[in-house]
Design a protein around this ligand. Structure first.
Ligand SMILES: *Cc1c(COP(=O)(O)O)cnc(C)c1O
Length: 267
């Protein structure tokens, strides 16, 4: 899994004595009260606004997706009380469990699955998610389509692209995306909205930025060549350590976990 490798990379970097951007994650304290949560969200929103201002974008053009993976229900309740209505989860089972537990209590919560999906878990995503950001195979598209049709639901999807070329990362190689996208109109329950990527996990900001630029260029190419009716408005890129760079390069969705909720014990 990509995140396992990321942990390894981070510890390798710290072993080398670098004070890394990613190590700062370890310093995010847990947001335990509503004022804590409100303050974290306000800080992140202020940074989003500042990044937008640097490149002349409207702050409303960036959607903040709080990533609640590994966080307990109590933290999600706090975030909801602070105004969050969408939650990103990377594991289908965890998303489904939280949806089941909280749907009565937090009626406006939407669940976005942002992590790799195996076909045997497609039912869970079809049932609980309003958005799936990690589509990268026709097998998964088929499995989701079948489950969605059975439930009379539709799902917003983003195609995940491996812009860093790291073998540990999921997602299609950029050069395979156009052909993949041409096959997607066959799946009428999948509403293709755009692209998602995880940047290279490195403290070299130029290499991180290059991943985001690659995704934006690919999106611009697809806007020319994509099948009619498919929109490529969404660029989901940027996490706690790199969302400001992502916004400078055109992100419309940033997926931020630790900078809002606090450090995770595990990924
Ligand atoms: C965990 C995760 C994030 C958020 O990472 P943070 O460092 O907590 O901001 C974003 N995207 C994906 C796909 C993730 O799995």
């Amino acid at each position: 899994m990509c995140m396992t490798t990321d942990i390894f990379t981070a510890s390798a970097a710290s072993a080398a004595g670098a004070a890394t951007r990613h190590e700062e994650h370890g310093r995010y304290a847990q947001a335990l009260t509503l004022p804590d949560m409100q303050q974290r969200l306000a800080q992140v929103q202020a940074r989003i606004a500042a990044a937008c201002a640097r490149v002349g974008r409207a702050p409303e053009s960036v959607r903040l997706l709080p990533v609640s993976k590994t966080q307990p229900a109590e933290s999600i309740r706090l975030a909801y009380a602070a105004g969050c209505r969408a939650f990103g989860e990377n594991k289908p089972q965890e998303a489904h469990r939280k949806w089941q537990e909280l749907q009565g209590e937090l009626p406006e919560a939407r669940w976005c699955v942002i992590g790799h999906l195996q076909t045997n878990k497609a039912r869970l995503v079809a049932q609980c998610a309003s958005e799936f950001q990690a589509l990268d195979s026709l097998r998964v598209a088929e499995a989701l389509e079948r489950r969605l049709q059975a439930q009379g639901r539709a799902l917003d999807v983003l195609v995940q692209v491996n812009t860093s070329g790291e073998a540990s990362k999921y997602g299609l190689p950029p050069e395979e995306v156009a052909a993949f996208v041409r096959a997607l109109p066959a799946f009428s329950a999948l509403r293709v909205r755009g692209l998602m990527t995880l940047a290279m996990f490195t403290d070299d900001a130029a290499r991180v930025r290059a991943c985001f630029v690659r995704l934006r260029q690919l999106r611009d190419e697809l806007r020319q060549s994509a099948p009619a009716g498919m929109s490529f408005d969404e660029l989901s890129m940027g996490m706690s350590g790199d969302y400001e760079i992502a916004i400078e390069e055109g992100a419309t969705v940033v997926r931020v976990g630790q900078a809002i909720f606090g450090a995770r014990a595990y990924h």
